[in-house]
Design a protein around this ligand. Structure first.
Ligand code: HEC
Length: 396
C-alpha cells in the first residue's frame, strides 16, 4: 500500500488536497522545483503510523534483512536493527590523515549513537531480483547500467538511548519528557530515541536527497546552516559561531502544519526539522552543494555532499568497492562537487592523462555504479568465499 502513496508526490501539481505554495502546487516537476516540499512528503510517508507506536519505515527491510543469503522482506514491524555508525569514525580517520583538525565532539554523539537503514519493498525487490546483495551478483552485474524503480525509498535513521538524550541536548529535556518529544522504540531491552533521518527516493533519476534532525540536536545547523524553503518559517538559519549550542525550534509554516495535520502521523514528528535537501552536485554558479546531518555526518559536515559521496558507490569486476572510489578519501576537499573531471579515474581508466573527453580511445570501464546506493557495495555478503563472508552491515 505504501508504494502507491508515492503517487501523491508526483501528483503534487494536481492534488487539490495538498497545501503548499502556489508555485509548488502547479509545478510539473515538484522533486526538482519544490524539493523541500517533496522531502517533507517522503518524510511523512516514511513516518506515518503503521500500527502500535510503529512508523511505516519500521515495516521496511533493514540492511540485516536485505544483505543475507536468503533475503526476506519483513511481514510485520521490526525493532530498530541497530549498528555502530560506520561513517563518522572513517571520516575522522580521513580528516586526521589529511592533516586536518578534528572538531570537538558534542557530548554523547560518539558514545551511544547507533544507526539503521531501511528500504521499502520496491527498493528491496530491485536489490534481490538483481542479486545485488551478494558479491557473485555484483560480479555478474559488472558493466551493467542499473536504475532502481521510481517508487523506491530508503532511509537511514540514527538513534540514541533515551537515557543519553538529556546530556545530548544540554539538559533541555528530561528522560521523562523524551517519549513525548521523540519517536521512541526499543531494541534489545533498551529504549532508543530517533535523533536523525536521511530520506532518499527515486522520484528523479539521481534520487531526491533530504536529511532531517530532531529540533533539539545541539549541532543541528552548525557549519552549513539549515535550509527549508517549504516547511520552516525561517527558510535559512545560519550556523552559530560556536558549535553544539542548539537552535530555536524550526517553527513550521501553515503549509507544513496542514500537511502534518492531514497525515496519520504521531505528533512527536512535529519536533523534527528538515536540515536540507539536495537536487544536484553543483549550483548554477558552479559551487559545490553541501548537505550533511550533524549526527549522521558528524565530524565531516563541512565536506558532506549526499550526491557526490553516494555517486562513488561502485564496485569493480571482482564485485568489490574500488579503492579509488572508496569513501575513505576524505579531507579538506572532501567528496563534494561533480563526479566529473577532478576525479577522472572514478569510473574509467585512460591511456593518457587529463584533459579527458568521453569517447577518447583507451577508455576502459573500471567500476559499475550502484545507482547511488552505498549499502550495495558496502554491505553485500561475499558468497565467493567459503564460508560465505557476512555483511558489514548486520545489526548487532
Ligand atoms: C562521505 C560519504 C557520504 C555522505 C556525505 C553521505 N552518505 Fe549516505 N551513506 C554513505 C555510506 C558509505 C552508506 C552505507 C553505509 C552506512 O549505512 O553508513 C550510506 C548510507 C545511506 C543511506 C542508506 C541507503 C544506502 O545508500 O546505502 C541513505 C538513505 C543515505 N546514506 C542518505 C544520505 C543523505 C541524504 C546524505 C546527505 C545528507 C548522505 N547520505 C551523505 C556515505 C555517505
Amino acid at each position: 500500500m505504501t508504494r502507491y502513496l508515492l503517487a501523491g508526490a508526483f501528483a503534487l501539481g494536481l492534488s487539490a488536497g495538498v497545501a503548499g505554495p502556489a508555485n509548488a502546487q502547479s509545478t510539473a516537476d515538484p522533486a526538482m522545483n519544490a524539493p523541500d516540499q517533496v522531502a517533507w512528503q517522503f518524510f511523512i510517508q516514511a513516518n506515518s503510523r503503521a500500527g502500535g507506536s510503529n512508523s511505516v519505515f519500521e515495516t521496511w527491510a533493514s540492511d540485516t534483512d536485505t544483505f543475507q543469503p536468503n533475503p526476506q522482506f519483513p511481514t510485520a514491524p521490526t525493532p530498530p536493527s541497530l549498528r555502530r555508525p560506520v561513517l563518522p569514525q572513517v571520516a575522522r580517520e580521513g580528516v586526521e590523515a589529511a592533516g586536518g583538525l578534528l572538531p570537538a565532539l558534542p557530548p554523547g554523539i560518539s558514545d551511544g549513537v547507533t544507526e539503521e537503514t531501511r528500504r521499502n519493498k520496491a527498493a528491496f525487490d530491485f536489490i534481490v531480483q538483481n542479486n545485488l546483495y551478494k558479491v557473485s551478483g555484483l560480479k555478474a552485474a559488472f558493466g551493467k547500467s542499473l536504475s532502481f524503480p521510481i517508487d523506491s525509498i530508503e532511509v537511514k535513521a540514527n538513534w540514541m538511548p533515551v537515557s543519553a538524550i538529556p546530556a545530548f541536548t544540554n539538559n533541555r529535556v528530561t528522560v521523562a519528557q523524551v517519549p513525548q518529544l521523540y519517536h521512541v522504540n526499543s531494541a534489545g531491552g533498551v529504549q532508543y530515541a530517533m535523533v536523525a533521518m536521511h530520506v532518499i527516493s527515486k522520484a528523479v533519476p539521481n534520487w531526491t536527497w533530504a536529511t532531517f534532525e530532531h529540533s533539539l540536536n545541539p549541532s543541528r545547523c552548525d557549519i552549513l546552516g539549515c535550509r527549508d524553503a517549504f516547511g520552516a518559517q525561517q527558510p535559512f538559519v545560519p550556523s552559530n559561531r560556536a558549535a553544539g549550542q542548539g537552535y530555536p525550534n524550526c517553527a513550521k509554516t501553515p503549509a507544513l502544519t496542514a500537511m502534518l495535520n492531514g497525515a496519520d502521523i504521531d505528533p512527536v514528528y512535529q519536533n523534527y526539522c528538515l536540515k536540507g535537501s539536495q537536487s544536484d552536485f553543483v549550483d548554477n554558479t558552479g559551487l559545490d552543494i553541501r548537505v550533511g546531518n550533524s549526527v549522521t555526518e558528524e565530524g565531516f559536515v563541512a565536506t558532506a555532499s549526499c550526491m557526490t559521496c553516494h555517486g562513488r558507490a561502485v564496485w569493480n569486476k571482482n564485485g568489490q568497492p574500488t579503492s579509488q572510489a572508496g569513501f575513505l578519501s576524505f579531507g579538506p576537499n572532501g567528496p563534494i562537487g561533480p563526479l566529473g573531471p577532478l576525479l577522472p579515474t572514478w569510473y574509467w581508466s585512460f591511456t593518457s592523462q587529463p584533459p579527458i573527453f568521453q569517447g577518447k580511445s583507451g577508455l576502459t570501464r573500471t567500476a559499475t555504479s550502484a545507482d547511488f546506493v552505498w549499502s550495495i557495495p558496502f554491505c553485500a555478503i561475499d558468497d565467493t568465499q567459503t564460508p560465505v563472508q557476512q555483511s558489514n552491515c548486520a545489526g548487532k
